[in-house]
Design a protein around this ligand. Structure first.
Ligand code: 601
Length: 325
């Protein structure tokens, strides 16, 4: 089997949403595919009206294939402080033509304000490792984990783009989607994430590949060194990050992956991607797409980095592949 689904950017590449079919007859919900978490959760008819703000909701009672997972609950919180929780159904889930029957679909009975405010997203589809799925008392598998044994190849790829539709493919590598060769590096999934080590300016950085996080968060030394090249750039505590004049031309930001015998490959994030967004309506000052990880405790290669590459999430061999495109 295989699948292929479009990933559409929302709000200046803040997140990428993909249409997912749930239930019988199919209910199509736009979900945020998230390689940094492992719960498939959705706004539902169980979500308080006061917390629903235009999102499409899942109605298990109108799906003939939905079965309540009796006694199961879930509760998740994300790095940005957002959270959600609820109950669990098993239902049929299809992504880009790839179907998993009896997928745990986690229906929200509560969502935090940032999810309520995110009117275009109906929830998340977790693509990290099932070891961090939050369903209790019986932990559930991710869509990818359930699909993997049926896939032509045990992997999925992420091809996110700046201000344009990209794609997630399951079960195969589309050779027309990248240039040059794919450089692979081992994955450390001990914390449930797609953990890997890259080299930035000769310094090893261990972080995670997280499609659900918008920006890049790296050690302070690397971030400070990058912005020292930009006149007028500074750390601004009121914005809790590095800002700079919007007219600045930003240096490219590169990192090396798979630096073994073959020398590995270099991913180059165009400077324009690092000029992420204005801090206010005046458009004078802009917020950087590269920020410090010091308040997080882990380095994150988020969408700013991922959209500069074609990325292979290889669950069979536990490795990450990176290619230019
Ligand atoms: C509030 N929203 C839409 C979020 C979506 C995703 C995440 C996240 O950390 N994913 N790895 C946080 C928040």
């Amino acid at each position: 089997d295989s699948g292929s689904v479009t990933a559409s950017p929302r709000q200046q590449d803040t997140e990428y949403l993909c249409p997912v079919q749930i239930g019988s007859p199919a209910q199509t919900l736009p979900l945020d595919f998230d390689t940094g978490s492992s719960d498939l959760w959705v706004f539902s008819t169980d979500t308080p009206r006061s917390e629903v703000n235009g999102q499409t909701v899942y109605d298990a009672s109108s799906s003939s294939s939905a079965k309540r997972l009796s006694g199961a609950t879930w509760k998740i919180s994300y790095g940005d402080g957002s959270s959600s929780s609820g109950i669990v159904y098993l239902d049929t889930v299809t992504v880009g033509g790839l179907t998993v029957s009896r997928q745990a679909v986690e229906a929200a009975k509560q969502v935090s304000s940032s999810f309520s405010r995110d009117t275009s997203s109906s929830g998340l589809l977790g693509l990290a490792f099932s070891s961090i799925n939050t369903v209790s008392p019986n932990q559930q598998k991710t869509f990818f984990d359930n699909a993997m044994p049926h896939l032509d190849a045990p992997l999925f790829t992420a091809d996110l783009k700046h201000n344009a539709d990209g794609r997630y493919n399951f079960g195969y590598i589309d050779k027309s989607a990248y240039t040059g060769s794919i450089s692979y590096t081992p994955v450390d999934n001990s914390q449930g994430f797609w953990g890997f080590t890259a080299t930035v300016d000769g310094t090893d950085v261990t972080g995670i590949a997280d499609t659900g996080t918008t920006l890049i968060y790296l050690p302070d030394s690397i971030v400070t060194s990058y912005y020292s090249q930009v006149s007028g750039a500074r750390y601004d505590s009121s914005n809790a990050g590095y800002i700079f004049p919007c007219g600045s031309s930003m240096p490219d930001f590169s990192f090396n992956v798979g630096g073994g015998g073959g020398g590995g490959g270099t991913v180059t994030v165009p400077g324009s991607y690092v000029n992420f967004a204005p801090t206010d309506q005046t458009g004078q000052t802009c917020f950087g797409g590269l920020q410090s990880d010091s308040s997080i405790g882990i380095s994150i290669f988020g969408d700013i980095a991922l959209k500069a590459a074609f990325v292979v999430f290889d669950g069979g061999n536990k490795q990450l592949g990176w290619a230019a495109k």
